[in-house]
Design a protein around this ligand. Structure first.
Ligand SMILES: Cc1cc2nc3c(=O)[nH]c(=O)nc-3n(C[C@H](O)[C@H](O)[C@H](O)COP(=O)(O)OP(=O)(O)OC[C@H]3O[C@@H](n4cnc5c(N)ncnc54)[C@H](O)[C@@H]3O)c2cc1C
Length: 632
């Protein structure tokens, strides 16, 4: 039996407690792309279930990727250790299908076929975008699915059905992803190793990764002076004179960041003669026998012989608003837009409901307020509150003493706190961590920075809804996990619920034939990628040294993740400070926020901060370990 459901119906039918689920794409089924390309989509769904093992599933799918639906289902069942899997299809750009493990759920949803084999598509009447078309295939998995294969043999079929064009190339490093992480890694690598050859591929049309699709008013939350790559400055390293960031180093907006990465690619990477870049190209999958990518526009396949390593520079790819499927249902006659569409508004709304308590939600609220919307006309749905860094203590160059002083305060608090609550009390009292509402204990920490002036502005919004995640938006009410609130047809609902940071579990950064870019030290991906590039370029085949110097420090998510994250930062610094060439490199790296601290070592504020750092680092490491154990 074949059902056709709109997306919201499918979501309503498989509520939160149903898990786990996987998203795969029709292009995957048709053998054009790998499961890993779709992380950004399925992460969204997984984030609502902290316990499910999305990446175990993904690894299994990658390893067994054949483009064959039967094999995929077998791999999914295996990884989920369940036969009870439900497959729901969503169509967007190249088409996405979603496999959901519906534990014990008797619903008979089963197999899926490509559009041309009879998917039934529904334009979502909520009108969120044309991506919203959704379809659900039929009955329980286990029935072999109709499928279509095209192109030649092997894993890399083509989208068009014409015979594929295959080119073979060789390189030392194949870098998948030309976002900030990939660009920064390559920059540091080719500066440390002038002989290596690098091929970069990205499915986007230009370098810069997610910044190419960011919402129009996006900005870095940190200083531009220490973002990007090592070899080129981003912006002018000036302080802002006015506005919410006054007195601190300027940030950069999305357009500036994209323009920057294009210049880096042309004027550094390509000019070096060491780098070839293939935009609009999908890499077919890690751990497959065939290492290849396919040009999206022509279907031509390039097979790559990699002499040293495949570099996974998309492992922590963030989920961003423009490519995210909200986890809540939206009724047909509701005004609901993604944050990217907010500046397209042409007529005033009766009010603005912002869904999402993270950085994107804060950005949307700030933007509305700065554009004259009365705070009483803004309602902010925050399922979780966040701890944020005080940006005044995350500043490079001339303000680095404030930063090191801030680190010293964190280390001191870490050494002396006798409980997790006490730790956060000390960090707040020490002016390091800030929160929007001092009456609410935050449960989230993503490492975002904020200024006190921004917080003061955001605090003018008094209508804050804390009833959990939104489940459905209807014409007259919003249904949340713990209750509902009224709404109306003229209200504009703004989806700011994309997860932001990638949530992949930590894995070894250096493995034989593979480098997976992740954080080692701070939560600044560009800096970490540069360190890894430098280690690869300078340590060559010394796998032991590379691994020793790059313990993975996972992105934080929950508030208490601050503890292992800070511990990881301190431990990495200890390791690096024992390597003379690393300290020289760090002192010259514009991405290193602490650069210049030793030059200022004789200035009173810096001297005092360094003394406290020396005194408290060891006790802090030990105490953070105990506090971390208490969270387990
Ligand atoms: C709103 C916002 C603000 C932020 N502000 C800051 C900040 O101030 N400071 C900071 O340090 N961080 C910030 N971040 C974090 C930010 O995500 C990182 O700085 C960085 O941009 C992430 O880069 P990335 O290379 O890991 O991911 P991406 O930019 O997503 O790049 C990954 C690339 O891999 C490509 N790709 C994926 N799969 C494939 C495949 N199969 N084949 C080919 N290509 C593929 C994708 O197309 C993409 O271009 C912010 C994030 C957001 C969302």
């Amino acid at each position: 039996m074949q059902h056709a459901l709109a997306e919201r119906d499918a979501v309503a039918r498989y509520p939160d407690e149903v898990r786990p689920y996987i998203v795969i794409g029709r292009a995957f089924l048709e053998n054009r792309i790998s499961a890993l390309e779709l992380d950004a989509v399925y992460c969204e769904w997984f984030t609502r279930d902290e316990t499910c093992s999305q990446h175990r599933v993904r690894d299994a799918l990658e390893r067994r990727h054949t483009g064959d639906l039967d094999a995929l289902i077998a791999a999914a069942k295996d990884a989920l250790q369940s036969d009870d899997i439900v497959l729901v299809g969503f169509s967007r750009s190249c088409g996405i299908a979603m496999l959901r493990g519906a534990r014990g759920e008797p619903d008979p949803v089963v197999s899926v076929a490509g559009e041309r084999e009879g998917w039934t598509h529904h334009r979502d009447r909520g009108g969120r975008s044309e991506h919203r078309a959704a379809c659900v295939a039929h009955s329980r998995l286990g029935t072999p699915a109709p499928r279509r294969r095209c192109g030649g043999a092997g894993n890399s079929g083509c989208a068009t059905g014409r015979s594929r064009v295959v080119t073979a190339i060789e390189t030392d490093y194949l870098v998948i992803g030309a976002g900030a992480a990939g660009m920064s890694f390559v920059d540091a690598l080719i500066d440390a190793d002038h002989d290596c050859d690098v091929v970069m591929v990205d499915r986007r049309h230009a370098p810069g990764g997610h910044w190419n699709d960011a919402y129009p008013f996006v900005q870095l939350h940190q200083a531009a002076a220490c973002y990007g790559v090592n070899s080129r400055a981003l912006g002018t390293d000036h302080l802002d004179e006015r506005g919410l960031n006054a007195g601190l180093y300027q940030r950069a907006n999305g357009v500036q960041i994209c323009d920057y990465f294009r210049h880096v690619l042309d004027e550094h990477h390509m000019r070096s003669g060491q780098v070839r870049f293939f935009p609009m190209s999908n890499y077919l999958g890690l751990d497959t026998a065939e290492v290849a990518f396919v040009a999206a526009l022509t279907g031509a396949t390039t097979e790559v012989k990699v002499r040293r390593a495949i570099v996974d520079a998309r492992y922590l790819e963030p989920t961003i608003p423009s490519r995210h499927i909200p986890s809540f249902a939206v009724d047909t006659d509701v005004r609901c837009v993604s944050v990217n569409e907010l500046p397209d508004v042409t007529e005033p709304a009766s009010g603005y409901t912002i869904v999402g308590g993270g950085k994107t939600g804060s950005d949307a609220c700030t933007w509305l307020l700065e554009n004259g919307v009365d705070p009483d006309n803004i309602r902010w749905v925050r399922a979780r509150d966040a701890w944020m860094w005080n940006r005044a203590h995350v500043q490079p160059l001339d303000l680095v003493s404030d930063t090191i002083d801030g680190v010293a305060r964190c280390v001191e608090a870490s050494a002396e706190a006798d409980s997790i609550d006490d730790l956060f009390t000390r960090l707040e009292a020490g002016d390091q961590l800030l929160r929007l509402d001092t009456r609410v204990a935050p449960t989230m920490y993503h490492g975002a920075t904020v200024t006190v002036a921004e917080l003061d502005l955001l605090r003018t919004i008094e209508n804050v809804v804390r009833l959990g995640h939104v489940k459905t938006i209807r014409a007259d009410e919003i249904v949340l996990e713990r209750g509902s609130i009224p709404t109306d047809r003229r209200q504009l609902h703004v989806d700011c619920s994309a997860a932001g940071l990638g949530k992949a579990p930590a894995r070894r950064i250096f493995e034989p034939g593979r480098i997976t870019l992740q954080c080692i030290s701070t939560v600044f991906p560009a800096f970490n990628a540069a360190v890894i590039g430098y280690l690869e370029g300078s340590r060559g085949d010394d796998e032991v040294a590379k691994s020793r110097l790059s313990p993975t420090n996972r992105y934080p998510d929950a508030a208490e993740d601050w503890i292992p994250n800070m511990r990881g930062q301190l431990a990495s610094l200890d390791l690096w400070n024992a390597e003379p060439d690393m300290t020289t490199w760090l002192e010259s790296s514009r991405l290193n926020i602490a650069r210049g601290m030793f030059e200022k070592a004789n200035e009173p504020q810096m001297a005092d901060a360094i003394t406290r750092l020396i005194t408290y680092t060891e006790p802090a490491l030990a105490n953070l370990e105990s506090l971390n154990a208490a969270t387990a």
